[in-house]
Design a binder for this molecule. Sequence first.
Ligand code: NDP
Ligand code: OXD
Length: 312
Amino acid sequence: MARLTLAFRSPGENFDKWQAAFAALMPDLSFVHWRDVSDPGAVDAVMCWLPPEGWLASFPKLRLVQSLGAGVDHVLKDGRYPAHVPLVRLVDPAMTRAMTDFVTFQVMRLHLGEPTYRRQQQVGLWEPHVPLRTVDRRVGILGLGELGTATAAALVRIGFDVAGWSRTPKDLPQVTCFSGEAGFAPFLARSDILVCLLPLTSATEGILSAATFAQMPQGAGLINVGRGGHLVEADLLAALDSGQLSEAVLDVFQTEPLPEAHPFWTHSRIVVTPHVAAVTNPATASLVVADNLRRLQAGEGWPDRVDLASGY
Ligand code: NDP
Ligand code: OXD
């Protein structure tokens, strides 16, 4: 079989780790850093995060674009994306596990009132609050895909009353499933803690807005691990000020890194994490990419191929 050439481009720059992983897994692979590509016509596949506009279109024989993340909005931002080239998302069981751990931890924090006790400690206030039982806490998950489904299952195992919302109808064990526009309002009305695990598309941009918060129970919590573009930042600040929302955990932002002077950094009801809910790890993700490259060579399809029309 012909030797494959895979070009790598990521602002994260962990080329060496990927190189070591591929050397062990696919010794025949020609794995090149984008700066070292001498012949663009020899590149079969690209693995990237946030490629600059037009860069992908510069490879005349490109047959696969592998996203370095589960989300692909960073690739589809490129208005010159070569539409004939398959785009494949990264679906790595280790990342799925990381996301379920992160969300479970944050849901637990909000459920147990940890932010309240931190604020009370700062002013030396001894004030116990009667905890809700997990079965009485309604968690809503926006997006029931790879990550949303696994996260819902983890929260069900703990005992939460879990619902989810997706574009197409779903039937998941012990998860109350809502879908489409008609399912949005009833889903929000029973979300004491709302978790955003949607992809960023033209249909989901700005979905975490004042109109959405107004339909949630007063004092609800928000966990955004989808994308910063889902959240209307000013609406969140207003909802926290008015008490419509009580707490927010934000892992993703309109601008990353979050600018130094941004009000989220110092807000007493916002927890900021630096886009770490599920970090791509070359040690495990290389196994997934190797299989996707094998599929390319074998002429097989990819289960995680992105539908360019829907954008995820
Ligand atoms: P999937 O593509 O597997 O799932 C997406 C889900 O969102 C599906 O259930 C889909 O519905 C639903 N959806 C999409 N559009 C709409 C819409 N318009 N209305 C209602 N539901 C919609 O994605 P993943 O679960 O793998 O990942 C989700 C996102 O998580 C990524 O796109 C990325 O942005 C984010 N992410 C964040 C990370 C972090 O570290 N913070 C790490 C990894 C991912 P349906 O099932 O009907 O198609
Ligand atoms: C991803 C991410 O999409 O890390 O994988 O955000």
